[in-house]
Write a protein that binds this ligand. Sequence first.
Ligand SMILES: Nc1ncnc2c1ncn2[C@@H]1O[C@H](COP(=O)(O)OP(=O)(O)OP(=O)(O)O)[C@@H](O)[C@H]1O
Ligand SMILES: [Mg+2]
Length: 225
Amino acid sequence: MRTRVIEIENLSRSFHVGDSEVQALRNVNLTVEQGEFLAILGPSGSGKSTLMNVIGCMDHVQSGDYRLMGLPIGALSDAQLTKVRNRLIGFIFQKYFLVPRYNVLQNVMMPLLARGCSHREAAMRAKEKLEMLEMGKRLKHRPSELSGGQQQRVAIARALVGDPRLLLADEPTGALDTATGAEVLALFEKLNAMGNTIVMITHDLNAAQHAHRVVRIVDGVLSEA
Ligand SMILES: Nc1ncnc2c1ncn2[C@@H]1O[C@H](COP(=O)(O)OP(=O)(O)OP(=O)(O)O)[C@@H](O)[C@H]1O
Ligand SMILES: [Mg+2]
């Protein structure tokens, strides 16, 4: 039997702004099995980032149920959620969020050092992932000395270095030109073929079509495409 990575049932999320209430997610149901490459496609303001924040355990479960690798996320303490984020999820963002004063190798070592890995082991594993992503010749470069596509590959190496159960990407090609974006999407397909479970959030239909399943979100309502 395949493991369920994500199980979301009847998830809702609203925000109070002044006297009014914004319903950002409405009764969302979503299951993602291990090994899937899923795209969540939706226009601006549809609830993508709100959903990403819940899936990435950066937001509390306000109403409904969310299980990640079987863990009841709504019942965990902040300290437990931090651990879940660090151990189970690799994050990839539109803006890379590399640390400017660290070099490529140091950036990729960070998640391992944060969980108490030795410097030596962290360096070895980081180098291995960077070599896999063809960034092995740029270990000493600072992020500002790299192209956008190279920075995103470093960010992907950082997401992968802790061997997460889920790769969670928010508009990973949003800051890249078409050709470089296509390279990153081809890389996602390769990583998925190697067994990585990927959830990619995007407003770009072309990007979504690289995934093997697409769900749509409109006004906080999620449906199969
Ligand atoms: N912290 C917040 N406080 C109040 N309203 C919020 C908050 N976060 C999101 N919203 C509202 O929830 C709705 C969904 O926002 P969200 O950021 O999830 O959209 P999105 O699909 O990620 O859009 P974009 O493609 O522009 O990034 C919007 O109407 C937004 O105004
Ligand atoms: Mg967003």
